[in-house]
Design a protein. Structure first.
Length: 132
């Protein structure tokens, strides 16, 4: 290293947010970007493509989306040998107990309720990523 160069920071592994609501994607990106390289997808299909390309540390996945919903996307993630070890946090609205039960049966690692609170989200991610 030369005297004028600054040490480079280690690259941050990405986190992927998959949600059809722009406001939710923006809210979560702003919440997470201080700690993670945040990528977002507006659909489950786009999210699966990004997940395969990025191999993120974690995926935050909305339950209700048009087209392929979050539960179908979760199933695709957890049955893909290259993606199944990635922790998935389902992002739900209140009153989706049935969806939460189905998500747990499909292998989701955790869930948080909308509106997402930063403390709850960081505690959840810290717990899931503590082995990293």
């Amino acid at each position: 290293m030369t005297p004028d160069s600054t040490p480079s920071k280690p690259p941050r592994r990405p986190v992927l947010v998959i949600d059809d609501a722009r406001t939710t994607r923006t809210h979560l990106r702003l919440m997470l970007e201080a700690l993670f390289e945040v990528h977002t997808a507006a659909s489950a299909e786009e999210g699966l493509t990004l997940a395969r390309a990025l191999r993120p540390r974690a995926i935050l996945l909305d339950v209700q989306m048009p087209g392929m919903d979050g539960l179908q996307c979760l199933k695709a993630i957890k049955t893909d040998p290259d993606l199944r070890s990635i922790p998935v946090v389902m992002v739900t609205t209140r009153g989706e107990e049935e969806a939460i039960g189905r998500a747990q049966a499909l292998g989701c690692d955790a869930y948080v309720s909308k509106p997402v609170q930063s403390g709850e989200l960081f505690t959840t991610l810290r717990s899931l990523l503590s082995a990293d």
